[in-house]
Design a protein around this ligand. Structure first.
Ligand SMILES: *Cc1c(COP(=O)(O)O)cnc(C)c1O
Length: 385
């Protein structure tokens, strides 16, 4: 049997595979586990979206290969959604492409723009696939540290000149996973100026744009002047509509960049099952009350967890968006060490910050993936450690 390729041999285990293993071990021991580890909503997809899939699945026309760029009716629904949300006008034919979830596109994007030796600017801590996709394309990552000191925004002035010269792509992700930070308009403006100066593509991963609290709707990257000249934004129905298992998202923005990504995709995948696209159209065209209901649920959980931890003296930011709490590990312990203690002594599963990259060391991430009562229970158990 031939050996695995270097690119696979060099991979660390995907962080959540390790956590799944810990979860199985704890459950086998009979632990009353509260699982706040993985960014996968515990809530069901709204019934009217499921019903739309049921109907569409029965139509034989939907059983064929879909177009890899997405049905025109789906791309039009995305354009309507952007117009309604942010007054952004998109041409569905050239400025929208469907994705098999955004993870797929995060992984594939570098294949469209990165030659061996090119640099990708990657936030750290960050979603692991930014780095992995770069590596698969033969590119090199330059990590941009997100720290409390810089408000969890990359310090673009700190990127060395030779790196700027070799950089082709920059990933940004706000509202941010794992830090729950938001980006102000001024930051996006600065990033766009930087991208123009150094001829770099910005891809803004907006997976959490609809998971916000206190009525403060985060900016779409495309709302910022000049964004469409340098970049695209990726979105997904996964977190927004509790549809992680459905695998559907979309990228929008600069038509040349959309065409570049679509070219890779048309050679590797054959698009999203049309019945899933039909259900996604139903979701995107639904009124805001659906999302308001989902946001209310997460906001109550956020309040329970933040008030509990903050009240007990833990150093944790109050998230304005996402369903994550990014908490400083107490007493100078390591991320992995503290996560192990929290699991062993409190029966709470969380993600060590170090799993998201070096600058995540010293933090732990809790996901709001259980009900208010269980979250309160988790906080009490953590306080008692
Ligand atoms: C969850 C997540 C994604 C991937 O979501 P899909 O289900 O693949 O659409 C992308 N980026 C970030 C930052 C995420 O947290």
């Amino acid at each position: 049997m031939p050996e695995l390729s270097d690119r696979v041999k060099n991979l660390q285990p995907y962080p959540f595979v390790v956590i799944e293993q810990k979860k199985r071990e704890a459950l086998a021991k009979g632990v009353d586990l509260i699982d706040l580890s993985i960014g996968d909503p515990d809530l069901a997809t709204p019934e009217f979206i499921v019903e739309s899939l049921r109907k569409a699945a029965g139509i034989p026309d939907n059983h064929h290969y879909p177009s890899s760029a997405g049905m025109m009716s789906f791309r039009e629904a995305v354009a309507r959604w952007y117009d309604r949300r942010s007054s952004i006008k998109l041409d569905p034919a050239s400025e929208v492409v469907s994705l098999i979830g955004s993870k797929e596109a995060v992984g594939h994007m570098p294949l469209a723009y990165i030659n061996p030796g090119d640099v990708v600017l990657v936030p750290s801590p960050g979603y692991p696939v930014y780095e992995i996709g770069t590596m698969f394309a033969g590119g090199a990552c330059h990590f941009m540290p997100l720290t409390a000191g810089n408000g969890f925004l990359p310090d673009l002035d700190a990127i060395p000149a030779d790196v700027c010269k070799r950089a082709r792509l920059m990933w940004l992700n706000y509202p941010n996973n794992p830090t729950a930070a938001l980006a102000p308009r001024e930051f996006f403006e600065k990033a766009i100026g930087f991208a123009k100066e150094h001829d770099i593509i910005i891809v803004h991963d907006a997976a959490y744009s609809e998971m916000y609290f206190d009525g403060n709707k985060p900016l779409s990257f495309l709302e910022v002047d000049g964004a469409r000249e340098v970049g695209i934004e990726m979105h997904s129905l996964s977190k927004t509509y509790n549809m992680t298992g459905w695998r559907i998202g979309y990228a929008v923005g600069n038509s040349d960049i959309i065409a570049g990504l679509a070219k890779i995709k048309s050679n590797l995948d054959s698009g999203v099952f049309q019945a899933v696209q039909e259900a996604a159209i139903t979701a995107l065209d639904s009124d805001e009350s659906v999302l308001d209901g989902i946001r209310k649920t997460y906001q109550a959980r956020r309040d329970a967890m933040y008030d509990g931890l903050h009240g007990a003296g833990f150093e944790v930011n109050r998230p304005g968006a996402t369903f994550y709490l990014w908490m400083k590990v107490p007493g100078g312990q390591s991320s992995a060490g503290y996560a192990a203690v929290v699991l062993e002594k409190a029966g709470v599963l969380a993600t060590p910050g170090s799993g998201f990259g070096g600058p995540g060391e010293g933090y732990i991430r809790f996901a709001l993936t259980d009900g208010v009562e269980r979250i309160k229970e988790a906080v009490e158990r953590i306080k008692a450690i």
